[in-house]
Design a protein around this ligand. Structure first.
Ligand SMILES: O=P(O)(O)OC[C@H]1O[C@H](OP(=O)(O)OP(=O)(O)O)[C@H](O)[C@@H]1O
Ligand code: HPA
Length: 186
């Protein structure tokens, strides 16, 4: 296995999705999002920190002119299981009332974060509120959520890379992969 980011290769079990596959998928999603929002003003909302890479690459793949804002919420802390308690660490800078809003996520795992976000942002009366996520774990869902654009459905395993962390590490890997058991202390 070839790993681009130095010193992280030994911690990885498997590359699940390559950089090339991510790029191709984002181009595909961007074309669909462009079609949906043609002629409209679109605000894309990235969910920090995980969605930084998806936001940066998706935004550049879109032809639609967008404005960007960020929200930081956390439900995972340093572990691999959602606590289910979502905390706002940073709220939006903008009022979204009457705007077309697209939430951009890196992953939907239990769905608890997104379900909370949809309720929270939905109560601010946007003109529309839709979701694009790079990854989704169908077997981990604790709540059913209607998501317009999904990059990849993946198995119920903890993944890192392309924005996703384990204890804040591995976010800068250019691909999505799984971790070797020794990293968890196994
Ligand atoms: O569907 P769920 O089980 O709720 O998990 C998904 C959320 O978990 C991650 O965020 P995290 O709280 O780890 O913060 P981070 O983005 O700063 O790493 C990820 O970025 C999603 O926002
Ligand atoms: O599989 C995951 N990896 C990293 N962060 C996450 N947050 C929810 N699920 C995950």
């Amino acid at each position: 296995m070839r790993v681009d980011a130095k010193d992280m290769g030994a911690d990885l079990k498997q590359v699940l999705i390559t950089k090339e596959e991510i790029d191709a998928k984002l181009a595909e999603l961007a074309a669909k999002i462009d079609a949906e929002y043609a002629g409209k003003d679109l605000l894309i909302v990235g969910v920090l920190k995980g969605a930084v890479m998806v936001m940066a690459d998706l935004a550049r793949a879109l032809s639609t002119p967008v404005t960007m804002d960020w929200m930081a919420v956390s439900s995972y802390g340093a572990g691999t299981q959602s606590s289910g308690v979502v905390r706002i660490l940073k709220d939006l800078d903008t009022d979204i009332k009457g705007k077309h809003v697209l939430i951009v996520e890196d992953i939907i795992d239990s769905g608890l974060t997104l379900s909370w976000l949809i309720n929270n942002l939905g109560s601010r009366e946007p003109a529309s509120l839709k979701v694009c996520t790079l990854l989704r774990k169908p077997d981990a869902a604790k709540v059913a959520i209607d998501v317009e654009w999904v990059g990849f459905d993946i198995p119920n395993e903890f993944v890192v890379g392309y924005g996703l962390d384990y204890a804040e590490k591995y976010r800068n890997l250019p691909f999505v992969g799984t971790l070797a058991p020794h990293v968890y202390g196994g």
